[in-house]
Design a binder for this molecule. Sequence first.
Ligand SMILES: [Zn+2]
Length: 90
Amino acid sequence: MRKIPMRMCINCQQMFPKKELIRIVRRASDGTAVIDSTGKVSGKGAYVCHNKNCIKAVIKDNKLEKHLGIKIPEDIYRELERVLTVQDDG
Ligand SMILES: [Zn+2]
């Protein structure tokens, strides 16, 4: 049996396969926050599932800042908002 790595969404606290989550990482090399689409950036990570309510809550309540302990740049929030927009099409 293959073991799927699971991670917890910082909003709903549910476990999801790592690949299905959006990973935002405080990059170890320079300490800034980036969205990691490869899963290979080293640093402290925060995971958000694709549930609209979770993405909205994470943006609204600054959950990423609290979780990672750093200021989250605007472009990360814009990127998350783009995920919401894409979902609206479906
Ligand atoms: Zn969630």
